[in-house]
Design a binder for this molecule. Structure first.
Ligand code: FAD
Length: 498
């Protein structure tokens, strides 16, 4: 296939394919811990207390659900409990693999009646592993995947366990698109509920800005359709408030006409030219059109070459794109200029292998309002030539900025970019040291940031309050209305307000 050949032969795709954490690794299933006893199975309550769930009740749940209820020992249990980040090896007491709204409603009700800890799994890509738990119930949406497109209305409905690649593929087939993230095996669920940054967000906004409605099963087991006119507070809250408010079984997105042949790719320079590249970028980015997504990446290839790259996608007429990108392409002496007209899915899948399932991964990020000379100095000075780690950016501005910070539950609107340090490795003995490297690297950038994107954050120490900032109080009231018992707490948790 042409695309494969491209990926193998060019340096830019080589970068994508050559992150050290490139190779998806096998996750080994540890020995199950939950043991079936005569009358029940051990489990953990919402407050962390050991409880027992009656076997008869589990059987009843199994009879009520279309999908399977899996306990330790079920042939699919070990596969189902695995999540993307290999650092999280947890054993739920039971896994309800839901097939439809009714299944979710039964599972939610079962857990609520027993005050059982609940984790909700969409695509399983939560960095801190929030979609799996020890001893609770995992509500698993992996089978609820699929995307349907209404070409007249230019909308798409994605089931809650769909992956971003399914959303992109279904929309592109009809010459349409919406904002999706940069790794196609990420789930639409957590991605959308947390905000949803992607290469089209300067033009079309975040995923939540394209969300028209959702079906959500709340803690009382009710199946609700929410949109601007129906349960508008809840609809506001799920656009940034994460999984705090229930299990979303369907997301409806606005689509936009799109020519999938886009001017896109990476320009790569040796890291020694970082000053020249970043100084140019500082002066240049402020005047960019909404069509252009462009941001720096700094990393070390497995052969030891340290590079700085600019990742670009021009979502408009390529002729205009060539003009807008011309000055960037004249900067310094690139090792490779990989910008060319190519299928949008090449960019949307180029990091899929690098961020493969089962890697052990850590990430930190922060929001940046202005790209200042001080920040550029910090980017250059903080760079660590460690092939396990990389510096990325998620470009914002444009349509992201034009939404008021109170209009959705995602308040970090007035930002130009997001700085990310993310890495991956395979050897568990490297966990502590690799995390320390990432934290030290990020610490030098942190003074230039304000707030962070919860979806790309591993650390869990702080409550969500500070980061939600001005939207927190409203979120707490809505949480109190729809989830007064805080059943959905494995997320950046919002405490319900009575
Ligand atoms: P899960 O682990 O399944 O869930 C994450 C959280 O959301 C959990 O709290 C879970 O309970 C909740 N949740 C998930 N689905 C539902 C649902 N249907 N209903 C209710 N709650 C639900 N983010 C971006 O914005 N842009 C990117 O380009 C991007 N790239 C990424 C690349 C990689 C390799 C990874 C690992 C993450 C990336 N992210 C990106 C971050 C991503 O948005 C979050 O990790 C997100 O939580 C993933 O969603 P998920 O459904 O796969 O995760």
């Amino acid at each position: 296939m042409k695309r494969r050949q491209f990926c193998k032969t060019t340096m830019t795709a080589g970068i994508a394919a050559a992150y050290p954490f490139l190779v998806a690794c096998e996750q080994k299933a540890a020995a199950p811990v939950a043991t079936v006893v005569d009358t029940g199975i051990p489990a953990v309550s919402l407050s962390g207390v050991d409880i027992e769930i009656e076997k008869a009740a589990i059987k009843e749940l199994g009879d009520a659900l279309t999908g399977p209820v899996m306990l330790s020992g079920h042939p699919q249990y070990d596969q189902a409990r695995q999540v993307w980040n290999g650092m999280h090896d947890k054993h739920p007491a039971l896994i309800a693999r839901c097939q439809n709204n009714q299944d979710i409603s039964h599972a939610v009700t079962f857990a609520r009646e027993r005050e059982l800890l609940v984790a909700v799994r969409g695509g399983g890509h939560s960095w801190p592993g929030k979609s799996v738990c020890d001893g609770g119930m995992m509500i698993d949406l992996a089978d609820m995947n699929g995307v349907s497109v209404d070409t007249d209305k230019k909308t798409a409905i994605a089931k809650g366990g769909s992956l971003l690649g399914q959303l992109d593929a279904a929309a592109l087939e009809h010459g349409l698109v919406t904002t999706a993230g940069v790794v196609s095996h990420t789930g639409v669920g957590g991605f959308t509920l947390g905000g949803g940054f992607g290469r089209l967000n300067r033009k079309h906004g975040l995923a939540i800005d394209n969300l028209l409605s959702a079906e959500i099963i709340t803690a009382d087991g009710q199946i609700r359709t929410v949109n601007a006119g129906q349960d508008p507070d809840l609809f506001w809250a799920i656009r940034g408030g994460g999984g705090n408010f229930g299990v979303v079984s369907h997301f409806e997105y606005q689509l936009h006409p799109f020519n999938r042949e886009v001017l896109s790719g990476m320009i790569v320079w040796p890291v020694e030219q970082a000053r020249e590249v970043l100084d140019f970028y500082t002066d240049w980015y402020a005047g960019l059109s909404d069509d252009l997504y462009v941001g720096p990446v700094m990393m070390t290839l497995p052969d030891g070459t340290a590079i700085i790259a600019m990742e670009t996608v021009y979502a408009g007429d390529p002729v205009d794109g060539e003009k807008e990108l011309a000055s960037l392409r004249k900067v310094g002496k690139p090792l490779e200029d990989g910008i060319k007209l190519q299928d949008y899915m090449v960019m949307q899948t180029q990091e899929d292998v690098a961020f493969g399932h089962g890697i052990r991964s850590y990430a930190k990020n922060g929001m940046v309002k202005e790209i200042t000379p001080g920040l550029i100095d910090a980017m250059i000075e903080s760079f660590r030539p460690d092939p396990r780690m990389a510096f990325f950016t998620h470009t914002a501005g444009g349509a992201v900025k034009r939404v008021d910070e109170m209009d959705t539950a995602f308040p970090h609107r007035n930002v130009e970019t997001m700085l990310i340090i993310a890495g991956g490795w395979k050897d568990p003995s490297q966990d502590a040291e690799a995390i320390a490297v990432a934290r030290e690297w990020y610490a030098q950038l942190a003074p230039f940031t304000g707030g962070y994107y919860d979806n790309i954050e591993f650390d869990d120490e702080d409550s969500g309050k500070g980061n939600y900032g001005p939207v927190y109080d409203r979120l707490a009231i809505i949480k109190g209305q729809y989830d007064p018992g805080n059943q959905f707490r494995l997320n950046r948790n919002i405490q319900p307000q009575a």
